[in-house]
Design a protein around this ligand. Sequence first.
Ligand SMILES: [Ca+2]
Length: 152
Amino acid sequence: MRRKGFTLLELAIVLVVIGLLIALVMRGMALQSSAKVKRTAGDIRNIHTAVMVYYSRKGAYPGDTDADGFIDNDATAWDSLAYYSIAFKKPSPYGTDYKLDTAYVNSVNRNVIKVVVPYADARVEIDKLIDDGTTAAGALITRQDTLVYVIE
Ligand SMILES: [Ca+2]
């Protein structure tokens, strides 16, 4: 005679399978988030290098439209880098824009790369990869949800 419903063993197997699927999804999400952190850190390094290459060729910073040594125009900065095929603007892995700008850091104006990273833990991981691991100090700092990286 056929019984209706599941046996205890069948239920246990289903629960184990669900547990494994959840673990797989969580592992996938963790890998994806770590890939985004690594890509953002790499992008910041590459943009830094691009700006320094531009400076060594032109004797000025890209986007420094009034020639005072400070980047004042993000759009012009990226156009100049693209014009000389040094770097091309692309969005961050978080869908936000890398911006070239001047920021007041430790009581002085500095040329910086800015990018909004909306996750606090990701900002810390990026800081660990390219700076001192603290978002309050060093070459990479966090202002609200924006990473600010001092170029020089
Ligand atoms: Ca830092």
